[in-house]
Design a protein around this ligand. Sequence first.
Ligand code: PGA
Length: 252
Amino acid sequence: MRKPIIAGNWKMNNTAQETKNLLNELIPLVKDAKCEVVVCVPYTDLYAASEILKGTNIGLGAQNVHWADKGAYTGEISADMLLELGVKYVIIGHSERRQYFGETDETVNKRVIQALKKGLIPIVCIGETESERENGLTDEVNRRQLTIGLKDISAEDIQKIVIAYEPVWAIGTGKTATDQDADETIGKIREILGKMFSKDIAQGLRIQYGGSMNAKNAQGLMSMPEIDGGLIGGASLKAQDFSIIVKAADNF
Ligand code: PGA
């Protein structure tokens, strides 16, 4: 019922030229995918990517968006700038933004509202740190990030978003949550969303897993009933590996 979505988060990797090479390799490998395939590339690669991806089944995403329409925000990028380049998706609230660039649940909320207003599909990242997990705070942290991050979003708009559950301790570390752990936590996230909106809406929302997902562990994670796709960092930089993850999603 929920169409799986596999999104690559390239982070700060690949020049425009490297983007062309990687996408040219990737396009034929995923052309028959049944799931939704997205690549979220650095801003400076968006133009090159949008040209190459025209007419393909790969959607284009950015890694952030500002909450204002335009103005004196040096270094920031607006939704209109992204839309003109054919961007459809935008990652919001990635843990690296929260950890290194002062992103908070409140700024996440402002960005999500702006993305929805402009017709971009937000991929909203949430997840606990290692010490929060050790202290049994996983569900509480996810609840707080969802409650504030998705504040004032209408029942209609919420159905357009994608949630990415990314335990911070699993990102780029090679440590993945077990299939069962990830599934259980995502099930709880769905429960929280059910209380915030409605059970039916929560059942329809796509929730990805992210954090060291790769060609080897994708099949197991994708086989879990609550997991509707993945947000892939490191493994999205290799066309072969990323396409294997896409194929894993196609099996479910
Ligand atoms: P990773 O990154 O797959 O390299 O762990 C995932 C992410 O941060 O979105």
